[in-house]
Design a protein around this ligand. Structure first.
Ligand code: CA
Length: 258
């Protein structure tokens, strides 16, 4: 390959011939940016989405490689062993996002954030069948995607050594040291379980947690009971904290705080 064609490949934002491209923007092109956060592979055939996601991740210090179909994605992932994969479900060719995720799961624990176009795909994405770590539904804000990527990596890397004792979510302050919850200057009385549920949700801020995940995390793996227990406690939290608490019900999946 001549230097000219190599250069062309590096700077072209979209290829339809080879089906994939690997682009690395040198740090010099992005003032203040460094690539110390590790490698992320973005598998997405829509060049606008891929470029936008790449731009925002690079700003956060990630080295970003892109692939535009599933086969190329698996090749890049296999070669680069990235920290995380951002994976579109609807990809051209025989290997769609579901299949890429399935093969990644068989090969090892690389975290996957899926891009879905329809709410109906969410169950499959998060279910045991695929076990993606998280998803965002199109259209999404790039900032939200970056927040999800960081949350997944935080979770994968384990708890931070110095977790803050006070976590703020919306107008609600959760003091995990004193086990107190404040809105403004007023204390809100919660039961122990309500507090544990709120603290767990706050610890996973921005992530959708299923009722089963909440049961496992808050009630413990040995607890045997109905998932509606979670709904009951969520109702209590909403009753006590009202609209100050940015807690969203994600239909068919579970709950998200923040
Ligand atoms: Ca697509």
């Amino acid at each position: 390959m001549s230097p000219t064609s190599a250069s062309t490949t590096r700077t072209r934002s979209w290829t339809s011939g080879s089906g994939w491209h690997a682009r690395e923007v040198p740090p010099a092109d992005l003032p203040g940016a460094s690539t110390t956060a590790g490698t992320v592979v973005v598998v997405e055939d829509d060049p606008h989405i891929s470029d936008l996601v790449g731009l925002y991740l690079r700003r956060e210090g990630f080295r970003v490689l892109s692939a535009t179909d599933g086969t190329a994605g698996l090749e890049v992932i296999g070669r680069e062993a990235p920290r995380l994969v951002v994976l579109d479900i609807g990809l051209p060719g025989l290997v769609d996002g579901f299949e890429v995720c399935r093969r990644l799961r068989a090969g090892g624990p690389i975290p996957v954030l899926m891009l879905t176009a329809r709410d109906g795909e969410i169950d499959r994405v998060l279910g045991l069948e695929l076990g993606a770590d998280d998803y965002v539904t199109k259209p999404f804000s790039p900032r939200e995607l970056v927040a999800r990527v960081k949350a997944i990596l935080r979770r994968v890397d384990g708890p931070a050594p110095t977790r803050p004792a006070v976590v703020a979510v919306g107008d609600v302050e959760i003091d995990t040291g004193r086990r107190e919850v404040r809105v403004g200057t007023g204390l809100v009385g919660l039961t122990a379980r309500e507090f544990d549920l709120l603290a767990y949700l706050a610890e996973h801020q921005g992530l959708v947690l299923s009722r089963q995940q909440l049961l496992d995390g808050v009630w413990g793996l040995g607890w045997f009971g109905d998932e509606r227990t979670v709904d009951v406690h969520v109702r209590q939290l909403r009753r006590k904290l009202g609209t100050d608490l940015p807690l969203t019900t994600v239909w068919g999946v579970g709950y998200r705080l923040g």
